[in-house]
Design a protein around this ligand. Structure first.
Ligand code: MTE
Length: 319
């Protein structure tokens, strides 16, 4: 197999991507503030045996704005409801029935109810957002999501003054989700997550219904998932069936499972290591075989847009 090692003079993505595509990506990134924090990107990879087994061609190393090739982000997943191996979601999530889909909106909102997904989406414009995804396991990807700001959905159902947090719950069907029947699962189901209301209202927090210009696949959390790009990936809860506005901080799945390791905030922070591994670097999916890890950025590169929400907070204690 021909293996290409990245060199200092490798072309920039602006040189290898058609200009119109590059400029539209650029525009999107500029508008979300992501470009401002973009440093020279990634060049790491999945284990080479994993790639060879599947016959993928090593992807040409390229700088930051290069989108992770779709096979990586749709076949190397975390969705414990379908098993804990990275291949399990792609193998088994197809069994999940996603039509019809409804979402219960409850708690401190003026318009609680159980709504068909079509009604939830009605009147909301979809947009593309190209975001980095940084998993707490220290791998990362760049994914073009199709979705809309969480704030637009919340506005529709009108949070009450007393609402301070948003709790999200994943669908649970033990017949269709083999991982939820396992005695060895390290987490309880349904999977739950939460954000402070101001975090959920930040423009960067989106609900995704698609990726790569297409519908979401089940393994990526169809038909509705959260994407919070400045936090570790486990906050980006998949296949959401319930959204609850609460007064108190809700419990969250990984925090309940291992409170010393996973906090409520889980903001990407290269200075605060996981108790069992460093968070200073990340391995970039699909960017070449022997490429270097890239340094992890504070708030995953989105500090300019989100750091202000944590002013005065001790980020080591509030991990
Ligand atoms: N949501 C649910 N319901 N169950 C999960 O196991 N895994 C999380 C998150 N959302 C998970 C989940 C983790 S650890 C990560 S890194 C991301 O989904 C991965 O998203 P992806 O598989 O689309 O890359």
């Amino acid at each position: 197999m021909l293996i290409r090692i990245p060199r200092k003079n490798d072309p920039k993505s602006s040189e290898i991507t058609p200009a119109n595509v590059y400029h539209s990506r650029r525009k999107i990134l500029m508008s979300t503030g992501a470009l401002a924090s973009a440093a020279a990107l990634p060049t790491t990879a999945l284990p080479s045996d994993w790639i060879e087994e599947r016959g993928y061609k090593p992807h040409e190393p390229a700088p930051l704005l290069d989108i992770t090739p779709k096979p990586y982000t749709t076949q190397y997943n975390n969705f414990y409801e379908f098993g804990t191996d990275k291949e399990d979601p792609a193998r088994y999530a197809e069994a999940m029935t996603i039509e019809p889909w409804s979402v219960e909106i409850s708690g401190l909102v003026a318009k609680p109810g159980t709504y068909a997904l079509e009604d939830v989406l009605a009147g909301i414009d979809l947009e593309e957002r190209i975001y980095r995804l940084r998993c707490v396991e220290a791998w990362s990807a760049v994914i073009p999501w199709v979705g809309f700001p969480v704030s637009k959905l919340l506005a529709k159902y009108e949070p009450l003054e007393a609402a301070k947090y948003v709790k999200f719950t994943t669908h649970l069907n033990r017949d269709e989700m083999r991982g939820t029947r396992s005695f060895f699962s390290s987490i309880d189901f349904p999977y739950i997550e939460g954000l402070r209301l101001d975090e959920a209202s930040n423009d960067l927090a989106i609900f995704a219904v698609g990726m790569y210009g297409d519908e979401l696949l089940n393994q990526n959390g169809a038909p509705l998932r959260l994407v919070v790009p400045w936090k570790y990936g486990f906050k980006s809860i998949k296949s959401i069936v319930k959204i609850e506005l609460t007064k108190r901080q809700p419990p969250t799945t990984w925090n309940m499972s291992a409170p010393q390791e996973y906090g409520f905030y889980s903001n990407v922070n290269p200075e605060v290591d996981h108790p069992r591994w460093s968070q200073a670097q990340e391995r970039v999916l699909g960017a070449g075989l022997f490429a270097r890890n890239q340094p992890t950025l504070m708030f995953n590169g989105y500090a300019e847009d989100v750091a202000g929400m944590y002013d005065g907070m001790n980020l080591r204690r509030n991990y």
